[in-house]
Design a protein around this ligand. Structure first.
Ligand SMILES: CCCCC/C=C\C/C=C\C/C=C\C/C=C\CCCC(=O)SCCNC(=O)CCNC(=O)[C@H](O)C(C)(C)COP(=O)(O)OP(=O)(O)OC[C@H]1O[C@@H](n2cnc3c(N)ncnc32)[C@H](O)[C@@H]1OP(=O)(O)O
Length: 209
């Protein structure tokens, strides 16, 4: 199925017993995922001849039709649940690798690819926010051992964020007031601060979507 409707009973919008697997999608899923990201890099910068565009349309539509026969729901798709892959295998996220995730905070390496271009050779600000949203969510999740949703996320862009560079991203719960988690974060290129955040995540009640 192509939407996110649940197929088995669950508690609210999230599964308390989410089945995390590093096997899902098979032994070549990592390379499949990498090829899709590479396709996006190429698509961002390619200016194909019309002949090549027509050829690409044929190849991609044939492949999309094959994949149509293998769609599953969001709880069983490898993308988002393959914790052994960058950004849990979620292709919509900038790739990152977790170095440390404890109740004290999350430390990760993130890198923005050519397809994350904003303009003039550097990363799109929205992509920086996506990285902070996911890793702010993770810092909250680890701190309270429960899923949280972003109420607000303010990004301060302090200097340009380069593409194709391994960057250090940190997120941590600075303060907690009941279900409210005030999360801070920083993104560094070496010693240089690229961005920081002020954000609020709300711990979901049991059964809450
Ligand atoms: C998702 C992962 C699934 C897969 C997992 C796989 C593997 C697991 C491993 C790792 C997972 C890692 C990371 C997590 C991943 C992703 C994180 C991304 C998270 C998101 O990307 S999520 C999408 C964007 N997000 C929304 O789509 C939210 C829409 N919204 C709502 O759903 C509600 O709005 C909600 C729930 C936020 C609150 O609603 P509610 O009814 O529960 O609570 P209520 O309104 O009572 O607010 C309680 C107190 O917060 C104050 N408050 C609320 N909002 C405020 C604001 N904006 N400013 C200032 N204060 C605010 C109130 O004033 C009150 O304060 P007080 O108690 O003091 O009066």
């Amino acid at each position: 199925m192509s939407d996110s409707s649940p197929t088995v009973p669950h508690e609210g919008g999230f599964r308390p017993d989410l089945d995390i697997s590093t096997e899902r999608g098979g032994p070549h899923y990592a390379e499949f995922s990498e090829q899709v990201r590479t396709l996006m890099d190429k698509a961002r910068f390619a200016c194909p001849t019309d002949e090549l565009a027509v050829e690409a349309i044929a190849v991609l539509s044939e492949l999309n039709a094959k994949l149509d026969a293998h769609l599953v729901d969001e709880w069983t798709t490898p993308a988002g649940t393959r914790v052994d892959l960058p950004a849990r295998g979620n292709l919509t996220l900038p790739p990152y690798e977790i170095e440390e995730a404890t109740p004290e905070g999350v430390l990760a390496t993130v890198w923005f690819r050519p397809y994350h271009l904003g303009g003039n050779g550097v990363t799109h600000g929205g992509q920086v926010a996506v990285a902070f949203d996911d890793l702010g969510g993770m810092a909250s999740l680890v701190a309270v051992n429960g899923v949280c949703r972003t109420a607000y996320l303010k990004v301060n862009y302090r200097s340009l964020t380069p593409l194709n560079t391994r960057l250090t991203i940190r997120t941590w719960v600075e303060r907690r007031e009941g279900r409210k988690l005030f999360v801070a974060g920083t993104l560094h290129d070496g010693d240089r601060l690229c961005a920081d955040i002020e954000s609020l995540f709300i711990e979901l009640r049991p059964g809450q979507a």
